[in-house]
Design a protein around this ligand. Structure first.
Ligand SMILES: [Zn+2]
Length: 680
């Protein structure tokens, strides 16, 4: 039994965003960002319980509405008088590891070819039609699947095509994604396609936290009793959603209100017009939700706060959120002549917070007075970036220099050429190294042990050809048997674990040089983010090596560690490499499919407690990594007129290429000409 939606404490922005989408699915879904343990999933699952029930044609696997059945329904066409029934709106969860067939549905190519029958097994997009499609950890979902989802969400249609056989069916759903930004960001292009985004955090107020625990205990002890306590709340909320849906088509967006929408979007420098459209739709939904028939300034403010924060972000290291001062200014500058009766606050006074608005609209059951805590106010306004650096205020909002005086600021990042792991892997889809995958180009075929999902037509025909006479072929049609079917082998790209080993010692010399090195590593991190890699960071200086960041999806966290990295002291290169060896050994057990790429950023110098043996120790460590089959690249930081070329020697021991910082850049012509330089 799911937790009642109305019993969720706090999470006001999230609940409001979900409700606005429940009222108007055209708003385009919600992306919820926040740390673990904030009841994000509980809240999403609770939503389905308060959504209005749906009428469906009995026996239709595609949830056709008896009043307006989908003319293209694969289970149709349905008779106008087809029997129907009412069932609750569905919540369909899409697991991160789902295959494309699982999501869009599977066409049975074997039946199509051998029997001439078009047979389609519906996927999650069909199951979610007229309900909620929920993706937890949406940031870890392969880009291609996110694209599929967002396309279906935008068009209201799912489309499957395999080898010329295609199926199309209606797929309208409320898309909800949740993610923990510490585990990696969503690509900005995808971020912008979610209608609304909200940030959630656990309540800071002890009273409110206590209420969360109290309700959770009560729920776990007696779910039926708990549900009964909240039944009246739940049905009131369900009724309110239904009423708002009915009111929605009658809500007026005046020219004045529209002007405020566009003024706000312009003030926040929002690209394109999607932001304006979503803000307008969300404002209309909010008016309907509040029982109004005309959009007010307050509706626009609420809508902008939910619809715009993710549309103005420029790079993954920027802090989320929307500046309230700018928002109020844009709203007041674009305010139509002051004759609106709906403008209830005197000018200059702070406008009511949308979170207060939701709260005032919701009645709490008797005895649940802990609900009134002001956490939402604490959580919005000045939101700290999700990945606060250790002990720092988290005030840096871009890749700008860190405030820490002891740390050297990185130089500007640049575009990196692709560094790859040699050979062909089988890891999770990404954009770095070659791999066998579900997507990509066809490189051959196999006789599949199970069902065919990607038919290799030519090889299938070739396999069938020799048997035609024996099978008694008489007409023009080829006689294809099951054993002729060939599965295409595809090659795409995988993401890797990029483990950085960075020299932070005095060997790296001047601050300017360290700045350049940090800039290069920051560029490599940005590149890893775009290629969907996991990253880790080991630094070495002074007495030992430090695992500054264990392998993670959060490139932001790595960037923060890098910026704050202190420098100077001895150069224990061997210790850095040994640490890498240990980390990779553990990761091989933890995530065996993910192939690692070691990136050693050094000038190849080594000093240590063993004096003259330091270089030899480093080379021995390097040989150990090479023996374990670790793919590696050395980035040579040596500069100046006299060069020792020590980094290249290290690269040779590692068995990988050595690149200068210039050669690291994607757009450097020299990089492609000189390419991989190997020193024997
Ligand atoms: Zn149907």
């Amino acid at each position: 039994m799911s937790y009642p939606f109305t019993a969720v404490v706090g999470m006001d922005d999230m609940r409001l965003a979900l409700l606005l989408n429940a009222v108007s699915p055209a708003v385009g879904g919600v992306l919820v960002r926040g740390e673990k343990g904030t009841a994000k999933s509980t809240t999403v699952r609770a939503l389905a319980e308060v959504l209005p029930a749906v009428d469906v044609v009995s026996g239709c696997r595609f949830a056709c509405d008896p009043a307006t059945p989908d003319p293209a329904c694969p289970d149709g066409p349905h008779d106008p008088g087809a029997p129907g029934h009412t069932r609750p709106a569905r919540l369909v969860e899409l697991p991160v590891g789902a295959s494309e067939d699982r999501v869009v549905g599977a066409l049975d190519l074997e039946r199509a070819l051998t029997e001439g029958v078009k047979s389609f097994e519906p996927g999650l997009l069909a199951a979610a039609h007229r309900g909620v499609l929920y993706v937890d950890e949406v940031n870890l979902l392969h880009d291609h699947l996110v694209d599929l989802l967002l396309d279906a969400a935008a068009l209201g249609t799912a489309y499957v095509e395999r080898e010329g056989v295609s199926v199309r069916h209606a797929s309208q759903f409320l898309l909800v994604g949740t993610m923990n930004p510490e585990e990696g960001e969503l690509r900005p292009q995808l971020l912008d396609r979610f209608g609304l985004t909200v940030e959630v955090a656990a309540p800071r107020d002890p009273g409110e936290r206590a209420e969360v625990v109290r309700r959770r205990f009560a729920h776990d002890a007696d779910q039926t009793g708990f549900a009964a306590t909240w039944a009246a709340e739940e049905s009131a909320l369900a009724a309110r959603i239904a009423a708002a849906r009915a009111r929605l088509p009658y809500v007026l967006l005046s020219d004045g209100a529209l002007q405020q929408v566009t003024a706000v979007c312009a003030a926040f420098d929002v690209d394109g017009l999607r932001g304006d459209i979503v803000t307008a739709r969300a404002a209309i939904a909010h008016a309907a939700w509040c029982g109004r028939e005309e959009v007010t300034e307050d509706d626009v403010r609420v809508a902008a706060r939910l619809a715009l924060p993710h549309r103005r972000r420029r790079n993954p290291f920027d802090a989320p959120g929307l500046d309230d001062g700018t928002l109020d200014q844009a709203l007041s500058d674009s305010r139509p002549d002051d004759d609106g009766p709906d403008d209830d606050g005197p000018e200059g006074s702070p406008p009511p917070r949308p979170s207060d608005d939701v709260r005032s609209d919701r009645t709490s059951p008797a005895g649940a007075d802990g609900d009134a805590g002001g956490t939402a106010a604490g959580a919005d306004g000045d939101r700290a970036p999700a990945t606060a650096p250790r002990g720092e205020g988290g005030g840096s909002t871009s890749a700008a220099p860190a405030t820490d005086r002891t740390a050297v600021a990185p130089s500007d990042p640049f575009r990196i050429r692709r560094l790859e792991v040699p050979g062909i892997g089988a890891g999770t889809a990404g954009r770095r190294s070659r791999a066998r995958s579900e997507r990509g180009r066809v490189v051959g075929s196999t006789r599949p042990p199970g069902t065919v999902t990607r038919l290799h037509l030519t090889d299938t025909v070739l396999a069938a050809a020799p048997h035609q006479v024996a099978r008694g072929r008489s007409g023009p049609a080829l006689r294809i048997a099951r054993e002729d079917l060939r599965q295409a082998t595809l090659e795409g790209r995988e993401g890797n674990l990029v483990l950085f080993v960075v020299d932070a010692s005095g060997s790296m010399g001047s601050r300017a040089r360290m700045g350049a090195v940090k800039g290069a590593v920051l560029s490599l991190l940005l590149d890893a983010y775009q290629r969907r890699d996991k990253v880790g960071l080991i630094t070495f200086r002074g007495a030992d090596a430090e695992l500054a960041l264990p392998p993670t999806w959060s490139v932001e966290a790595a960037a923060t560690r890098l910026r704050d990295l202190p420098t100077g002291g001895r150069t224990p290169l061997a210790a850095g490499l040994l640490r890498a060896h240990e980390v990779l050994r553990v990761e091989r057990v933890r995530d065996p499919q993910r192939r690692p790429l070691l990136v050693v950023v050094t000038d190849g110098r080594a000093t240590g407690t063993r004096g003259g043996h330091a270089v030899a120790d480093a080379h021995a460590s390097a040989a150990l990594l090479a023996a374990a089959g670790t793919a590696s690249v050395v980035v040579d930081c040596e500069t100046g007129p006299v060069r020792l070329g020590l980094a290249a020697t290290l690269g040779a021991h590692l068995g990988g290429p050595t690149l200068s910082m210039d050669e690291l850049a994607a757009d450097s012509l020299a990089a492609t000409v000189r390419s991989v330089r190997k020193v024997a």
